[in-house]
Design a protein. Structure first.
Length: 315
């Protein structure tokens, strides 16, 4: 279907994550149109009304409305945050069967509109649902992106920024692997500004690896810690999704740890998983196949194995 001269993003799922995305989206003025779709039509309608009432204070004009799947036809990006959230004590992978069924239906409806843009997926288990979206849509793998470990890497950078007392935007560090229990930090490449963290540890005895190991555990388990306290997580992921949206719509060539389809990179095939990738208007321009240490590679392989085992029964 012919694209318009303006950017249209369709958000499917106007729950806590979707609305945090929408709120951040209009506050950052990143596109001209935002369409809201939810199985609960009244909710999408109410959210559109509420968001519209803030538009006089937004940095740029934006049209927000509650729409239908037909509105996906000329869209540049469809963001999916629909589905069932993680319950206390439930792992993300427990959600797989329930959300796979929901996704097959949603993707079928989007594709029936003539959509030919990019999909961005956040619903959990995000790596598996990104794979399901790719399979069901028939779109090229570069055009289907999961939020992957973007949020986890942001949590990691934030906590490292606190530990070393520097602006988290100057922390260059990545979490890769499954967005979930088997994810791993790439310590071998982590840096504060231009200084490798390993050399910072050698130079200053107030820093040590035990603290950093504990810090990573807090990153990995952050969702559990937040869910225990407030029932769900949504602001961090909302802002992560806006960051990825900007990288796409502004053709930024930004490096983000999204869930991307591996086709030989990291010695793995036929899986969507969190890895650093260059993102632009075409989607995933390139996956960065960084050299991991032997231990990091083993952990990554384990993460792939767990994802594939979980995915097998539902595909
Ligand atoms: P929520 O229950 O608040 O919202 C989900 C929304 O999806 C609801 O409004 C519901 O009506 C809608 N929905 C359900 N089935 C639908 C369908 N078939 N079509 C259209 N809409 C449908 O949940 P939430 O807190 O917003 O979480 C959404 C998802 O995001 C969950 O899977 C959660 O685990 C995930 N999440 C991901 C990350 C990440 O880093 N990727 C972080 C936090 C949450």
């Amino acid at each position: 279907m012919k694209k318009q001269n303006i950017n249209r993003v369709v958000l499917i799922g106007t729950g806590a994550v979707g609305c945090s995305y929408a709120y951040s989206f209009i506050n950052q003025g990143i596109a001209e149109e935002l369409v809201l779709i939810d199985v609960n039509e009244k909710r999408a309608e109410g959210e559109a009304m509420d968001l519209n009432h803030g538009i006089p204070f937004a940095p740029a004009p934006v049209k927000v409305w509650s729409g239908k799947y037909e509105d996906c036809g000329p869209a540049d990006l469809v963001v999916i945050t629909a589905g069932l959230p993680q319950k206390p004590g439930e792992t993300r992978l427990d959600l797989v069967a329930k959300n796979t069924a929901i996704f097959k239906e949603i993707v079928k409806n989007v594709m029936a509109s003539g959509f030919n843009g990019i999909f961005l997926i956040a619903t959990n288990p995000v790596d598996i649902l990104t794979y399901v979206t790719w399979k069901e849509s028939g779109l090229p793998k570069e055009k289907v992106i999961g939020s992957g470990t973007t949020l986890d890497s942001a949590r990691f950078r934030y906590m490292l920024g606190e530990y070393f007392d520097v602006d988290s935007r100057n922390v260059h560090a990545a979490i890769i692997g499954e967005h979930g229990d088997t994810e791993l930090p790439v310590w071998s490449k982590a840096a504060i500004g231009s200084e490798n963290i390993a050399s910072l540890l050698e130079k200053n005895e107030k820093y040590n690896q035990q603290d950093l190991d504990k810090l990573f555990e807090n990153v990995r388990d952050a969702a559990y810690h937040i869910i225990e306290r407030k029932g769900a997580t949504y602001y961090g992921i909302g802002m992560s999704l806006v960051r990825i949206t900007k990288a796409i719509l502004n053709n930024e060539n930004s490096i983000l740890t999204v869930s991307a389809y591996l086709d030989g990179q990291y010695g793995q095939n036929d899986v969507y998983i969190g890895v650093p990738a260059i993102i632009n208007r075409d989607g995933i321009r390139e996956i960065m196949d960084i050299d991991l240490t032997k231990e990091e590679q083993e952990k990554f392989n384990h993460s792939v194995k767990v994802l594939k085992e979980t995915m097998a029964p539902v595909l």
